[in-house]
Design a protein around this ligand. Structure first.
Ligand SMILES: NC(=O)c1ccc[n+]([C@@H]2O[C@H](COP(=O)([O-])OP(=O)(O)OC[C@H]3O[C@@H](n4cnc5c(N)ncnc54)[C@H](O)[C@@H]3O)[C@@H](O)[C@H]2O)c1
Length: 348
């Protein structure tokens, strides 16, 4: 992990909602290392307390449902900074058939936290949006101006929930002078991104299939669809820098331009795991936008930072982490050990 070279965080009281989740647990660890006093609020719907085990004594943990405004008011009280990562965030397989649920949950969480932060006079807030807010037709690498209000089709409900929070951030900045940063991250990956049945992201889903010795390994779509996967360490660093330098309710991409096709991703996972199954792509299943990568020009301009973890290096660490935790994921007693109904990996 790159060090944070700023004294901004020393002794700041920081709330990380969704801090037991994949990105949230990495962010919490980085904030603790930077000297912040961190409170995590999570209902453990998808997050796991074990992901914070190594810093357990250094943080305050609140088991709360942030769908309740009273709970949001309680956890934001006395905080200097609120970083809102709580969300219903799933892979495409689940997201594309649960638009209503995704819209309700994500809009509610976004609005509740902003309102509670306003009432409690929190100094700075991070709204974590998504690159799914961009239309499928946006030219790559996608720049922030490509936003039209019409999101990616397969993740429409999820993205609309995030768009509501982005818009409220702009209104609250204007009406109440709140300092709010808005981040639009692309597909994240890294240790801690567990396989989670039909809610899994594409990378853990494919790693599991390969390590399970499935043959053939089936992936959704043509295999030619490409994404620019961003390492979780790059994402958490960008989140902190945006709070420090650009809390002005103006969305910034958190990603890069280096695209990888799903077929090449699968080849790389096989190479790193030493397996050689046959691949099959199922073009009858949705694959999302044919290409997706984000321009990092604005992030570089406003923070001086460019996400730079090479995919092969990041994936190697993730495969090692996955292999080490694999017996857990396969155990019938593990909470995330149910099988994906379609038995194939989607693109998100
Ligand atoms: N992972 C990605 O590729 C990606 C890409 C773009 C944006 N994002 C955004 O980044 C953030 C973190 O994503 P993640 O991948 O770590 O997801 P995650 O599911 O691992 O983490 C979300 C956390 O929020 C918690 N949560 C959900 N509903 C809650 C509620 N009602 N009350 C309290 N806690 C609740 C969950 O238990 C979980 O720990 C989310 O806002 C997500 O939309 C993620």
């Amino acid at each position: 992990m790159q060090p944070v070279d700023s004294t901004f965080w020393v002794d700041r009281k920081v709330l990380v909602t969704g801090g037991a989740g994949f990105i949230g647990s990495h962010l919490t660890r980085r904030l603790v290392a930077a000297g912040a006093k961190v409170r995590v609020a999570d209902n453990l719907e998808r997050g796991r307390k074990e992901s914070l085990a190594d810093i357990e004594g250094q943080i305050e943990f609140c088991l709360v449902d942030l769908a309740s405004q009273d709970n949001c008011l309680a956890v934001t009280a006395g905080m200097d900074v609120v970083m809102n990562l709580a969300a219903r965030a799933c892979g495409m397989e689940y997201s594309q058939s649960h638009h209503g649920e995704m819209l309700t949950c994500n809009a509610l969480l976004g609005l509740n936290i902003l309102e509670a932060s306003r009432q409690n006079h929190v100094d700075r807030v991070l709204v974590v949006s998504t690159s799914c807010v961009y239309p499928d037709e946006a030219a790559v690498p996608i720049r922030e101006e490509a936003f039209t209000g019409v999101p990616e089709r397969v993740n429409e409900g999820y993205a609309l929930g995030k768009i509501v929070a982005e818009q409220q951030a702009r209104f609250y900045a204007r009406e109440y002078g709140m300092k709010i940063a808005i981040a639009r991250p692309n597909n994240a990956y890294g240790p801690g991104d567990t396989w989670d049945g039909d809610k899994s992201h594409v990378i853990p889903a494919l790693i599991k299939r390969v390590l399970d010795d499935e043959n053939p390994v089936v992936a959704w779509g043509s295999g030619k669809q490409s994404r620019a996967f961003v390492h979780v360490n790059d994402i958490t660093r960008a989140f902190m820098l945006l709070i420090e330098h650009y809390a002005c309710a103006d969305p910034v991409n958190v990603g890069h331009e280096r695209e990888t096709s799903i077929a090449d991703l699968l080849r790389l996972i096989c190479h790193l795991t030493g397996r050689s199954p046959e691949f099959r792509f199922d073009p009858t299943k949705p694959e999302g936008a044919p290409r997706k990568s984000l321009s990092s020009e604005k992030l570089r301009r406003v923070t001086g930072y460019d996400p730079d973890t090479p995919l092969e290096q990041g994936l190697k660490a993730m495969v090692d982490w996955y292999a080490a935790h694999f017996t857990l994921a396969r155990s019938p007693h593990h909470p995330r050990a149910t099988s994906s109904p379609q038995g194939a990996a989607s693109t998100k």
